[in-house]
Design a protein around this ligand. Structure first.
Ligand code: ADE
Ligand code: ZN
Length: 324
């Protein structure tokens, strides 16, 4: 089964590019830019990846992102991720980036986008990996900041497929961003939002009703409201589930307790993704192997997860047919 999973073509729909920063590259860039990281060595940094919850992860994630300064840093970060994708038979990726993490430090949006894009183009020619970019709004900041960020992104409107919502979920409900997402939809962008990761089922309802999302990122806490599960199934709403992330951030105590298989059995449109693979112990294949070991899915269920991801992707229909 391991070999079969390794060779299975894969689609990734929930991946934060800043979350692919491996400690080795973080230290190399820190040295290059003369920036201090909060830990003295690669080993010490890796040992700090023992998170109590989402916020304790985010604190370190934002600190490490400070080493990303110039166009070449974003290029190298993205290229390293695409090289991993190539070794794991990942054929299409939809990548989140968090511009506010960088623009708040004085780094222009153009530096971030152009560095990432240069790698994505090279990934397409060298490896045949197709890709899309999704700009994520940081929900711990206010709606004015979100609107300013969306306005600053307008020159890149056609190079970004959608707008997402991420960062600390508790206390930052989707309702805080209704105007920003109205604006995003009016620009023709697709909409996604992290909801029901640490936050309650009600945040998933809000993402659906107020933000009018095309996909829910995570969504695993939907099971706390049976009427929501029924609704998600009725509207065939994709959920981008991230198993290693959920166990590392203690949304579930162990992979054996993860509800991915239950959600799939309930007929929900579940997809499997890696979220922040450098921090959570693995990329697509490691996520699949961890799920397989704990939950023992059938080959048909794995094919279903891949089919769900193709159908839920933001690529045109003709390209989707090629991925099937
Ligand atoms: N930013 C990066 N990873 C995240 C996650 N898992 N949840 C919310 N925001 C994030
Ligand atoms: Zn995420």
């Amino acid at each position: 089964m391991h070999e079969w999973l390794a060779n299975l073509p894969k689609i990734e729909l929930h991946l934060h590019i800043e979350g692919t920063l491996e400690p080795e590259l973080a230290f190399e860039l820190a040295q290059r830019h003369q920036i201090a990281l909060p830990y003295p060595s690669v080993e010490a940094l890796r040992e700090a990846y023992n998170f109590a919850d989402l916020q304790s992860f985010l604190d370190l994630y934002y600190q490490c992102a400070e080493v990303l300064r110039d166009e070449d840093d974003f290029y190298r970060l993205t290229m390293a991720y695409l090289e991993r994708c190539h070794t794991q038979a990942v054929t299409h990726v939809e990548i989140f980036f968090d511009p506010q993490t960088h623009t708040a430090r004085g780094i222009p949006m153009s530096t971030v986008i152009e560095g990432i894009e240069r790698a994505l183009k090279e990934g397409e020619t060298r490896f045949g990996i197709s890709s899309q970019l999704i700009l994520c709004i940081l929900r711990h900041l206010d709606e004015e900041d979100a609107l300013a960020t969306l306005n600053a992104a307008l020159p890149y409107r056609d190079r970004i497929v959608g707008i997402g919502l991420d960062s600390g979920e508790q206390g930052n409900p989707p309702s805080k961003f209704t105007r920003a997402f109205d604006f995003a939809r009016a620009q023709g962008w697709k909409i996604v939002a992290h909801a029901g990761e640490e936050g309650p089922a009600d945040y998933i309802w809000q993402a659906l009703k107020l933000l009018k999302v095309d996909r829910i990122d995570h969504g695993v806490r939907c099971v706390e409201d049976p009427s929501l599960v029924a609704h998600l199934r009725d509207i065939n709403m994709p959920l981008t589930v991230c198993p290693l992330s959920n166990t590392r951030l203690r949304v579930f105590h162990s992979m054996a307790e993860h509800n991915l298989k239950t959600l799939l059995d309930q007929g929900l449109r579940v997809t499997l993704n890696s979220d922040d693979p450098a921090y959570f112990g693995g990329y697509m294949l490691e996520n699949m192997l961890a799920v397989q070991e704990a939950l023992n899915l059938t080959q048909a269920q794995w094919r279903q997860l891949t089919k769900n991801a193709i159908d839920a992707s933001f690529i045109d229909h003709a390209h989707q047919q090629r991925l099937h």
